[in-house]
Design a protein around this ligand. Structure first.
Ligand SMILES: Cc1cc2nc3c(=O)[nH]c(=O)nc-3n(C[C@H](O)[C@H](O)[C@H](O)COP(=O)(O)OP(=O)(O)OC[C@H]3O[C@@H](n4cnc5c(N)ncnc54)[C@H](O)[C@@H]3O)c2cc1C
Length: 531
């Protein structure tokens, strides 16, 4: 029997932290930081929550692809953000979608647009529902007759593979494992691995400009797209398939990051790569976080383009049992389907040693180096991290992340400002010291993408307000200090007001005019990208 997805957390029912892992996590917070559980952390149940009757009835022509089943409505009411998690555990499902639709083709989507437009219903495109910024949260205010969530999971095929150019035409609803399984028999891979890979989709990645696991070169999905097809209420936009083009403003770039507010991405031609066979991973310890950051800069500016060049600070290592808080860890890895990578790794190692790094995992002696040392412990914890929140929220522990980017010349000052603003915000919102950590998710020749995490002792019943106060303070600091409100987590509802401050006002007007042309009735994902 196929396992059901959880409506309250990450992955399938039955998957998650076991009792030993949960206790270890709670002990770390309690003993290391004085953050203690306020409850026993039971998961919510379907029966304990009641939903209002659906306000919409689909026309008979759409009935076969629509449902108002209670579980499906609850599953599609939220994504995976911290406020989503808080509201789920508080049983706040008043805004659950009235209908969930599963289109099988572009004409199905066009018919859903027509019906929602006539009915005055909001329509929320839904890929894997892994948004951490309220992108699929169906809370659209009172200006609509109802809400329809359009789940793309039935449009999940690799339709065509061009082995000569190494590209594939892939439907928007294909989840990471589904599309990789269809490419694997040809020895090819999209090689785009966000941490949410298992439960997120190609259309969602393009719509949010997702960032993959690889830290340099092809960081965002943008770099892997050859052409896109997006169905809108005004018709279809399909860009031309080209390896590169200088023909004016790019239609692809207009669709990247449109977050379901301009149309539904139904398919894209994606650039593929050979499956890598040459691999090497090394780990280095640094006594000082900024020395580690300088080593990252040296590697990023050396033109080596490692698959991974990531630093993780002492706090994050300690929280995950991979360190005692006294050192920063740097992970460097190279991969190739074509050539040995030793020369590149040797040069990256020099950069690390030059900046005071000491070897944690020696790549020369150990072909399985990525499983050893602090690197191995942190990686194992990283894979399990998505399950932490469903254990922490019900126990009154606030836990969230945010990510940004900044040029190297401003990095150190920026880091101090953001770290201090986050620590202060957690203290002021919760009344006690919290935990703030930082790693780099991506590194460019001109700057890093710092990824912050914070945890704090919350108070059940007030968690949403406490989280909002922290979020507002850190977002204000990021914008004030010149960073981006998001490097790869997208805008969604949670970042909308900060995105409006970041983007030039005149550009906002142009975007609004584009939205008006494509979505004249304003039904698509209201409150996201354009209010
Ligand atoms: C545990 C975890 C780890 C994560 N790790 C990463 C990471 O490493 N890198 C990263 O970039 N993000 C990460 N995220 C965030 C999230 O996975 C990404 O934003 C992802 O790209 C969303 O894809 P999705 O298919 O789940 O889209 P959804 O969450 O379903 O939707 C996201 C947005 O895109 C819109 N949308 C979805 N599908 C379409 C479509 N076909 N056409 C038009 N609009 C559409 C939605 O309306 C919504 O606004 C993580 C999230 C979680 C929970």
């Amino acid at each position: 029997m196929t396992k059901r997805l959880k409506f309250w957390g990450w992955g399938h029912e039955g998957d998650g932290l076991d009792a030993r892992e949960t206790n270890a996590l709670l002990e770390t917070f309690a003993e290391g930081y004085g953050i203690r559980p306020t409850d026993d952390g039971a998961f919510p149940t379907l029966d304990a929550i009641s939903l209002a009757a659906p306000r919409l009835t689909p026309p008979s022509s759409l009935a076969k692809i629509c449902t108002s089943d209670k579980f499906e409505r609850m599953l599609h009411a939220f994504g995976q953000s911290q406020p989503d998690s808080i509201r789920i555990y508080e049983g706040d499902f008043a805004h659950a979608p009235d209908i969930v639709a599963y289109p099988e083709s572009e004409p199905d989507i066009a018919a859903l647009f027509d019906w929602c437009g006539e009915a005055g219903a909001a329509l929320i495109p839904f890929g894997g529902g892994s948004s951490v910024v309220g992108g699929v949260t169906t809370d659209v205010g009172s200006g609509f007759a109802g809400t329809v969530t359009v789940d793309m999971k039935r449009m999940n095929k690799v339709l065509e593979i061009d082995e000569v150019s190494r590209a594939a035409r892939i439907q928007g609803g294909a989840r990471g494992p589904e599309l990789e399984a269809q490419l694997k028999p040809r020895g090819l891979t999209l090689r785009h691995f966000p941490q949410s890979f298992e439960h997120s989709t190609l259309g969602g990645w393009v719509a949010t400009r997702s960032g993959g696991h690889f830290a340099t070169l092809y960081t965002h999905i943008d770099d892997l797209v050859e052409s896109v097809t997006m169905v809108t209420p005004a018709g279809e936009i399909s860009s031309r398939r080209l390896p590169g083009s200088g023909a004016g403003p790019s239609p692809d770039r207009f669709m990247f990051g449109s977050e379901g507010a301009l149309g539904i991405i139904t398919e894209a031609w994606m650039r593929l790569q050979g499956r890598p066979t040459f691999k090497a991973t090394a780990g280095f310890r640094f006594a000082d976080f900024f020395d580690a950051a300088r080593a990252v800069r040296a590697v990023a500016q050396a033109g080596l383009f490692p698959a991974n060049v990531r630093i993780v600070d002492g706090v994050e290592l300690k929280v995950n049992g991979a360190g005692d808080g006294s050192f920063t860890l740097m992970v460097v890895s190279f991969e190739s389907a074509d050539h040995p990578v030793e020369a590149w790794m040797a040069r990256a190692e020099e950069c690390c040693l030059d900046h005071g790094g000491t070897v944690d995992v020696a790549w020369r002696d150990n072909p399985d180096a990525n499983l050893q040392g602090a690197v191995g412990v942190w990686r194992a914890a990283f894979i399990r991290m998505p399950y932490n929140r469903e254990q922490l929220t019900p126990r009154g522990i606030i836990s969230d992340t945010f990510e940004t980017s900044i040029t190297w010349d401003r990095f150190e000052e920026f880091y101090h400002a953001i770290r201090d603003a986050t620590a202060t915000a957690v203290r002021e919102a919760t009344g006690q010291e919290g935990v703030v950590s930082c790693r780099f998710s991506h590194a460019y020749p001109d700057g890093p993408a710092p990824y912050f995490a914070f945890h704090g002792q919350g108070e059940k019943g007030a968690l949403l307000e406490q989280w909002q106060a922290i979020k507002d303070a850190v977002s204000a600091a990021v914008i004030r200090e010149g960073g981006t409100i998001t490097h790869h987590h997208a805008v969604g509802r949670d970042h909308q007001k900060w995105y409006e401050r970041q983007r030039p006002a005149l550009f906002g007007d142009v975007l609004a005019a584009g939205k008006k042309r494509l979505d004249p009735k304003g039904i698509l994902n209201p409150g996201v990208i354009l209010c």
